[in-house]
Write a protein that binds this ligand. Structure first.
Ligand code: 0RA
Length: 652
């Protein structure tokens, strides 16, 4: 990128910070946990920009006991000169003017930037206080704070204590240090989550090859420190995602290049698994909803591999081409592009809308991946890709038949399958629920205890098969799975149609023991693999039966965990007795209704897919072949019942 001198004059000035306090959601999405982390990402992104532009190679993030966080980089240091018209320092403008910053003045555009790209001033506006130090031989310092005006009571946000000052201290380091304390008057929670921060910093380290990013958590007695540095960049990212899987060629294929001003890089590696894991990013921001870059990427790959297959006689003249999905079976890929004037669309604004990106990425893939495919040195790699696609195409045809059955197109078959389902009487899908219940005896209790109008019961006999290890056609031979598919009515895989869903809530009800957890994990794997949208749209729930009943004469209290047990023991008082439920089957219909099924009193966990990459890895670890990885995971996370990386707890 062109290295141009940049000064205070280059900073475009738009509006003040009051607006941010009045409507925080407009700038950071929400004032919940996501919004809280968002204001940290704004600061981190600036530091990462400095590194991505080649001026810094370290970013250090620290979380402090007082609730503040700091981000330090070893870049050039923020500009400290005085803006000619505004007569204040660039630092002051950066932290007090909305949309101030190179991002909005075209020449100095930085590629990274938060989802809303709102900049450091938003972080300042929503902080109790913020401090900046700039190291450029001299140490410069400036502080801001937010407080109610003593006269009017109106909230004053991000107000400078004094102009930027040269402290008189000298330093040999270069760079910028920003520390801020999120304002508890704004956010519902001010507790940074180590896991959330660590995950994002790791992702940024993968996406920005060679940059060393550290995270230090000083909030506990025992300080925790993580360091992320990947000299292989997204190649390392792909290898990391494929840990625990078996690659079909040893090294990821890597391509980088520029088209029409768009920087494009991708890394691909196929494994012997059957699922597609493509993760894309624009300016370091994840785009789980895909968009133009992903479309171009996929079409490019399909063209290159069909060409290769034809010129190497895998396809004869009369044979039809492979489908794109055949080439993506078992493919893990990272696609990362950097561009100006990004337009995000979609439900969560994580889908790239810019139409010009599609031909740019497609073109680069066709040229560069195409060139690699013609190089004899890579023959083994491309042969392995085609062999994989041949297997996929074969089962695609076999699966079509099975899918038709599953979708209930073959009437006779589907009524037979639905046999075990005790359906509800209402035909209003939005009011209906289906309980998938472990075991016939619990299924029996559930059938008797339920609200017949709105609750359907599907008892599962034994364990449904593990979808992770099977191809689609085999998965569909399993009767338990076919029954579920028929009952839900949506179809699966590419055929999945959310509007055909027969129930608003799909509730998994299994015992609170290892077997129950296993059944649950198998079902979640199946939904994740073949009905991902069902999970993404929040229709999948886990029922939470109580673990204990505390009772005496006429009182009964239920406890869902050990902490609650203590509370309930106190509540019931002297002479109490405890029953520990080993399984759902031990509850009579009335108890099952009261504790687990009654919408007014039950506890459900909604399964969410906050993070598809993490869920993918977790499922691979728990359900896949790599027994050592699974053991290690289970030992690290002793509570196998808690799939905490992709289940978010909500009490309904
Ligand atoms: C523009 C120009 C210059 C530095 C920066 C931006 C800069 C911004 C941030 C934000 C966090 N860390 C940063 N580091 C650098 C250099 C200006 C000059 O050389 O005069």
């Amino acid at each position: 990128m062109a290295k141009k001198t940049y000064s205070a004059d280059d900073i475009t000035v738009l509006e003040g910070l009051e607006a941010v306090r009045v409507r925080p959601g407009m700038y950071i999405g929400s004032t919940g946990e996501k919004g809280l982390h968002h204001i940290l990402w704004e600061i981190v992104d600036n530091a990462i920009d400095e590194a991505a532009n080649g001026y810094a190679d370290r970013v250090d993030v620290v979380l402090y006991k007082d609730g503040s966080a700091s981000v330090e980089d070893n870049g050039r240091g923020m500009p400290v000169d005085i803006h000619k018209e505004k007569k204040v320092s660039a630092v002051q403008l950066i932290f007090t003017q909305l949309h101030a910053g190179g991002k909005f003045g075209n020449d100095n555009y930085n590629y990274s930037g938060g989802l809303h790209g709102v900049g450091a001033s938003v972080t300042n506006a929503l902080s109790e206080w913020l401090k900046v130090q700039v190291y450029r031989g001299d140490v410069y310092q400036m502080e801001f704070s937010s407080y109610p005006d003593p006269v009017t009571g109106k909230m004053m946000s991000g107000i400078p204590k004094a102009p930027l000052a040269d402290t008189g201290m000298k330093t040999r380091k270069k760079g910028t240090f920003v520390q801020f304390k999120p304002d508890a008057r704004v956010f519902e929670t001010v507790n940074f989550k180590f896991e959330i921060v660590a995950k994002r910093l790791r992702e940024l380290a993968f996406l920005n090859k060679g940059v060393c990013i550290t995270l230090t958590d000083k909030r506990e007695e025992q300080e925790v420190r993580k360091e992320y540095k990947y000299d292989g960049g997204i190649v390392d990212f792909v290898k990391w995602l494929n840990e625990g899987k078996t690659p079909v060629y040893p090294e990821p294929v890597y391509v980088t290049g520029e088209r029409d001003g768009i920087l494009i890089e991708f890394a691909i590696q196929h494994t012997d698994s059957y699922t597609e894991s493509v993760f894309s990013f624009v300016n370091n921001i994840p785009t789980p909803e895909g968009g133009m870059h992903e479309i171009g990427f996929k079409s490019g790959i399909t063209k290159v591999l069909n060409d290769f297959a034809r010129s190497n006689n895998y396809l004869k003249d009369k044979d039809p081409n492979f489908m794109g999905e055949d080439f993506r079976e078992g493919m893990t890929a990272i696609l990362s592009i950097k561009m100006k004037n990004v337009e995000f669309e979609g439900q969560t604004k994580t889908k790239l809308g810019n139409p010009e990106v599609r031909p740019a990425v497609d073109g680069l893939v066709v040229d560069e991946l195409g060139a690699l495919s013609k190089n004899k040195k890579n023959a083994d790699v491309f042969d392995a890709m085609i062999k994989k696609a041949q297997g996929a195409a074969k089962t695609r045809n076999a699966a079509r038949h099975a899918k038709e059955i599953a979708r209930g197109k073959k009437e006779a078959d589907s009524t037979k399958l639905i046999g075990k389902l005790a359906n509800c009487s209402s035909r209003k899908a939005e009011l209906n629920e289906i309980f998938i219940v472990e075991g016939d005896s619990a299924g029996g209790s559930a059938k008797q205890g339920r609200d017949r109008q709105h609750q359907a019961i599907l008892p599962l006999r034994g364990k449904p098969l593990n979808a992770e290890k099977k191809r689609l056609d085999e998965v569909l031979k399993n009767e338990e799975i076919r029954t579920i598919i028929s009952a839900l009515g949506t179809g699966i895989g590419n055929d999945f149609t959310l509007k055909d869903l027969n129930y608003d809530k799909v509730i998994i009800l299994s015992d609170a023991d290892q077997d129950g957890a296993h059944i649950r994990a198998i079902l979640l794997t199946f939904f994740f693999r073949y009905m991902r949208e069902l999970v993404q749209t929040g229709h999948v729930y886990i029922g939470m039966p109580p673990l204990y009943k505390v009772y005496k004469k006429d009182v009964e209290e239920y406890a869902y965990d050990d902490n609650e047990l203590k509370v309930k023991i106190d509540k019931v008082g002297r002479g109490y007795q405890i029953q520990r439920y080993k399984g759902l089957g031990e509850m009579n219909p009335e108890q099952l209704w009261d504790t687990t099924m009654n919408p007014k009193s039950r506890v459900l966990m909604r399964v969410s897919l906050e993070d598809a990459a993490e869920a993918e890895r977790l499922i691979t670890t728990l359900m896949g072949d790599a027994i050592d990885a699974r053991k290690a995971y289970i030992q690290e996370n002793a509570d196998f019942n808690k799939e905490d990386t992709f289940i978010k707890e909500v009490k309904l």
